[in-house]
Write a protein of this length. Structure first.
Length: 615
């Protein structure tokens, strides 16, 4: 995003908080004015007090200078406190808004951002924004005011010396603009390398067991070292630029001091009308006029880094969700709006035009096509092609096929993690796009994903994470149906046993059974099990299927599986291959008539299928 566009978005988010910006401006005006009045008084003290030995003038103007010094100190303190508070509040709004908006992303939107990228944007980038806002509030008003008022006081004090200030200021501005141009690009490149480093770090930590199992530590070390070296190279460039600009600007300031002393001293010797007090004050005003540009040189690295990071955070907040059509817009407002929307959805389900209690759990695919690719045209690869399928309410349907045949993609459309490309998908005769997402996923479709994932906490908290008001008895009933109650009951703290993030201290079969139980607790109208028993033995799989059948009687069930044993009891089996439905029928029908099904049967059971010669 362009810097100007980013700042416009920030000002929009600051709407309603302008009073604090105005207060900061007032504090800066008082502080700068007080700072510049001190050398103004010092010139009178030197000329009318020290030079003529007038003690009363010395004391009077000394008191004035002390009072203004105290006023300046108080204003500086208040402005620093305001900058810290304001930056923290802004970053809290951005962080909360971005996180809340990420929670609303569908799978297609999440595919655009890697986990490590989002992590950097909500941590490192937010920190950069905070520092940038603090520096901006402390110096963005102060620098131009200090420059303008210093030049004004210099002009009324010693107009003969103005040309020295103008020449040096033009020189500093030229150097500063070059620095600004090169440093902004350097900070953008550095942040991209941060993303890459975090991506390598996350992948290595998440797959640490695989790394150790295959003794790939050296390879991972090399990858991380390479990314770290690239980051070091990109991080050094803006630091080199900063190391150049700071002493350069200070050198020009010292040149200005020397110039004022030389020109002013020559004027004193030649009797041009300049006084010692005026030359001393003029030297101070020149330094104060040049200081703002030095301040900008110090401030720019933080502000440019903050603007760059702000653009990256707004890229997330303003990402339009392909399914909901929602855009975060304003960070704080988007959080409030989203919370209100969720609350309204929960409270008004009975009055909503789509009442989940009355929806018939039948599913219909009509000429559905889908592709993960964003390419358009006839040549674009389609991951699902010409899908036509009707599933009746209460029916048990198995979806079977080779790896990569489109099974998981098909059921992701039912949960509306992705939207269909062409065609129509409806539930109970209602187009799925007309059903609110919260209603669809919370009340109608219960999906047990292929990869079970758990959060750090107790087993109980993980099981009821989707339905907080679930009774203990209902939870136990669900775990019994998923054949998980016995191993949980054997644990020391039973359902209060704490598990690690991801459930890494559980076996694959235990995670799958708990994941099934978590889905059953929702009591959905449509239950989808995406290869959810692949890690359990056939006997356990049979017990789970029988128990689910008794517990979820009348519920439409879709079972995605690699093993034929998982779908033997289905009312019908949908056989998929290469993104298309190859055939639909019962186990017996497909075994007699479909060659692909016969091959799968023979490979899994080690016997020839009946009528295998029949295609």
């Amino acid at each position: 995003m362009e810097s100007l566009e980013v700042l416009k978005l920030l000002l929009k988010d600051w709407k309603g908080s302008y009073k604090w910006l105005i207060l900061s401006f007032v504090l800066v005006v008082v502080s700068v004015s007080g700072t510049l009045l001190i050398p103004f008084f010092s010139s009178f003290l030197i000329n009318n007090g020290i030079a003529v030995g007038n003690t009363n003038v010395i004391i009077t103007y000394g008191i004035y200078m002390l009072i203004f010094a105290l006023i300046v100190g108080v204003c500086e303190f208040l402005n620093v406190a305001l900058a810290i508070s304001f930056s923290e509040r802004t970053c809290h709004g951005l962080r909360s808004g971005a996180f809340a908006h990420i929670q609303s992303f569908n799978f297609a939107t999440l595919d655009k951002f890697s986990g490590s990228d989002l992590l950097v944007r909500l941590t490192t980038d937010i920190q950069n924004i905070k520092i940038g806002i603090q520096q901006m509030l402390l110096d963005v008003f102060k620098a131009p005011l200090l420059l303008i008022i210093s030049l004004f006081f210099l002009w009324i004090t010693a107009p003969e010396l103005m040309w020295v200030a103008v020449v040096l200021i033009i020189l500093e501005c030229f150097i500063f603009l070059i620095y600004l141009w090169v440093s902004t690009k350097a900070y953008d490149k550095k942040q991209l390398k941060y993303d890459k480093l975090n991506r390598v770090l996350k992948e290595s930590m998440a797959g640490i067991r695989v790394v150790k199992a295959f003794v790939r530590q050296d390879l991972q070390n090399q990858k991380f070292k390479k990314s770290a070296e690239e980051l070091r190279e990109k991080a050094l460039k803006p630091q080199y630029y900063y190391a150049f600009i700071t002493p350069t600007l200070m050198m020009i300031t010292y040149m200005g001091t020397a110039g004022i002393l030389f020109v002013g001293g020559s004027g004193l010797l030649q009797g041009t009308g300049l006084t010692l007090g005026e030359v001393t004050a003029a030297m101070t005003y020149l330094v104060m006029a040049l200081i703002p540009i030095s301040i900008l040189g110090y401030m720019v690295p933080f502000v440019t880094a903050g603007i760059s990071s702000l653009g990256r955070v707004y890229d997330v907040i303003n990402e339009i969700d392909d399914i909901t059509g929602d855009t975060g817009g304003s960070s704080v407002v988007s959080v409030i709006a989203r919370e209100n929307m969720i609350q309204s959805d929960s409270e008004n389900l009975d009055t909503d035009k789509v009442n989940p209690r009355k929806i018939i759990p039948s599913i219909s695919f009509k000429d559905v096509n889908f592709t993960y690719s964003k390419e358009s045209g006839k040549q674009a690869k389609r991951d699902l092609k010409d899908i036509n399928l009707d599933i009746e309410a209460g029916e048990i349907v198995g979806i079977l096929g080779p790896t990569g045949s489109g099974k998981s993609t098909l059921i992701h459309l039912i949960s509306r993690f992705y939207d269909v490309g062409d065609g129509k998908l409806s539930i109970g005769g209602i187009d799925i796009r007309d059903i609110p997402l919260k209603t669809l996923r919370y009340h109608i479709v219960g999906l047990c994903l292929q990869n079970s994932n758990f959060f750090s906490g107790t087993i109980h908290d993980n099981l009821v994470s989707g339905a907080k008001n679930t009774s203990f008895d209902k939870m136990v009933e669900a775990t019994k149906a998923a054949d998980a109650h016995d191993f949980v009951d054997d644990m020391p703290q039973k359902y209060d046993t704490v598990i690690s993030r991801g459930g890494v201290d559980l076996s694959g079969g235990q995670r799958q059974r708990l994941s099934i139980a978590r889905t059953l607790i929702l009591n959905p109208k449509i239950l989808i099990l995406d290869d959810s028993t692949s890690a359990v033995d056939v006997a356990t799989e049979g017990r789970i299927q029988k128990a689910i059948g008794n517990l979820m009687e009348g519920v439409t069930q879709i079972i995605v599986a690699q093993r034929i044993s998982a779908v033997l009891m289905a009312d019908k089996i949908v056989l998929m291959d290469k993104g298309t439905i190859q055939d639909v029928g019962t186990h017996e029908e497909l075994l007699k008539s479909n060659s692909l099904y016969q091959e799968i049967y023979a490979s899994q059971f080690g016997v020839k299928a009946p009528n295998e010669e029949v295609v």
